[in-house]
Design a protein around this ligand. Sequence first.
Ligand code: HPA
Length: 265
Amino acid sequence: MTRSVDILAERLEGRVPKLAIVLGSGLGGLVDELENAVRVPYSQLPEFPESGVTGHSGDVVAGNLGGRQVIILSGRIHYYEQGHPAAMRPILETLTGLGVTSLILTNSAGSLRKTIPPGSVMLITDHINFSGTNPLFGEPSDARFVGLTEAYDRSMSAALTKAAKAERIALKGGVYMWFSGPSFETPAEIRMARTMGADAVGMSTVPEVILARFFGMRVAACSVITNFAAGMTGAELSHGETKEMAPMGGAKLARILKRAIGDLA
Ligand code: HPA
């Protein structure tokens, strides 16, 4: 057990969440819906990495959502911050040590499909890692040969689809392609991504999915679409737009997650 596991176990005061949710940029609103919540800053957890971007890397927030205990990770560490594809490994390892067995990853993404416009939510059904890197580089055990044929858990994905229907929110499935960032893609890269079968592009999630499968967790993931990808509209992309647009789709995603929680945790 690491010290972070011990510290969190103590701070959680008997809560035993089996489900964790990682919130992407601009999607922090779900934290406010937790009842009887306890918040622990990453800076108090020794194994958690520091994020150099803002000096405030994030919080672990545990509480009750729709009658179930969950852990929300508000703030992720991206590959583009330090060039470490395994930056999230200590965080996911800590969750595993705490007894978390299911993980929902959320992100903001650019859409390659006119039918999945900004403001909508996409269920990630598969991914493309064309980055040339992998969070399991350097892992010595044979466990590094993680099978990803069913990386995205069918029953968790079905629960999210059912919840979206009940909330009357469109939730199309699609393939998420990981680009390293932090610069956005070029129009030519987006044409390549489309040819390869991508429906959305983004700068996170894929390394976390690989790590979570390595640790034996069940995984589901959703993208909040904040923009059409580079070259699709002629407009330049910006992080400001991502942050500005994320709350619209984020509110839909929060409703889906809240509705699905009984089937997920
Ligand atoms: N590309 C990569 N990451 C993103 C995008 C995008 O268009 N939008 C939000 N995150």
